[in-house]
Design a binder for this molecule. Structure first.
Ligand code: GDP
Ligand code: MN
Length: 303
């Protein structure tokens, strides 16, 4: 019998640069998926980063809704992966998640109730961690977190974000909304988890129990943090970059090295923060900074 081969990876040769295509850097796009939106897939398929350098990973709950998402996703994967070669992705992994959904409903009103936040976001953290630790490989340069309800981004999203050459970067997540009264289409802010910390929030955290969490966007808990969602200015420099203390996960580009160092999504109160906001804090403790692009928009589905 021949001894099984040993595979060597020289991690110092794995680059994450501002010119990722020239350096053939691989991108792992990770999506926790409770629902399937065709617009999400169509947007993904239009990304102009070479698909041969992109791997996809999904985690889908084992619920009735999850089963429907799973079937719809598989149909699209089959189509794309048997279509024109340049459009095919390098690899696709789908995990089914056997844990119970802590909420009875995925409806936005139910998801966003304050009393549901801790269990919901702890469950989301575990889903993200399972997905990350199962799919990230020794050749992964970048991890792009993209929620299943992100339905519109510039096709050059990956190149655009990577060009900043920073450890963690988030675009501003908005929503296109049809205002029935005014009969016009407007855009409005969606993701409030991209923020710069405030003295008030710090004081609130200092007075909290160690298992309590700070939440953003709830009137009963005013934090006075500076929200990137409120900083969008279409007439300002589209390339403006700001430093952030908390990030959301709707669209989030991370150098794989940050995750490899151990930064994950705490499913518990970490400095009174949870999930993606806790991730930014953990990354910071590992000396990795987070940045946001207030004038670079991506769009979330409008429920
Ligand atoms: P929100 O937009 O911040 O309210 O969060 P979402 O409910 O959209 O959830 C974020 C992402 O996780 C979306 O891509 C969802 O489809 C997905 N998601 C939500 N709940 C679950 C879950 O229980 N398990 C998994 N695997 N994904 C989920
Ligand atoms: Mn969402």
């Amino acid at each position: 019998r021949v001894a099984p081969p040993v595979v060597h990876y020289y991690m110092n040769n794995l680059t994450t640069s501002r010119t990722p295509i020239e350096n053939e850097e691989t991108v792992l796009i990770l999506t926790p998926m409770a629902r399937f939106y065709q617009e999400y897939w169509d947007n993904l398929a239009k990304l102009s980063y070479p698909h041969s350098l992109i791997s996809l990973g999904f985690i889908i709950p084992k619920t009735k809704e999850g089963n429907a998402a799973y079937a719809a996703l598989q149909a699209q994967i089959a189509k794309t992966q048997s279509g024109p070669k340049p459009k095919r992705f390098a690899a696709v992994t789908i995990l089914r998640q056997d844990t119970e959904n802590p909420l009875s409903s995925q409806a936005e009103t139910e998801r966003h109730k304050m009393e549901n936040q801790k269990v919901r976001r702890a469950a989301m953290s575990k889903a993200r961690n399972s997905l990350l630790f199962t799919t990230m490989g020794p050749t992964t340069s970048w991890v792009l977190w993209m929620d299943a309800d992100i339905i519109e981004t510039p096709p050059s999203l990956i190149q655009d974000l990577a060009a900043y050459d920073v450890p963690i970067i988030v675009p501003n997540c908005f929503q296109r909304h049809y205002d029935k009264e005014k009969k016009t289409s407007i855009i409005r802010e969606y993701d409030l988890n991209n923020w710069i910390d405030s003295p008030t929030a710090k004081e609130m955290g200092a007075k909290m129990g160690k298992d309590e969490i700070l939440l953003e966007g709830y009137g009963e808990m005013p934090t006075y943090r500076s929200l990137m969602a409120k900083m969008y200015d279409p007439s300002a420099d589209p390339t403006t970059k700001i430093k952030l203390d908390g990030v959301g996960g709707t669209t989030l580009l991370v150098k794989a090295e940050v995750h490899r160092d151990g930064a994950m999504f705490p499913p518990f109160a970490f400095y009174n923060l949870i999930e993606t906001e806790g991730f930014a804090k953990m990354a910071k403790r590992l000396n990795w900074e987070s940045f946001g692009l207030p004038n670079y928009l991506v769009f979330h589905y409008d429920e």
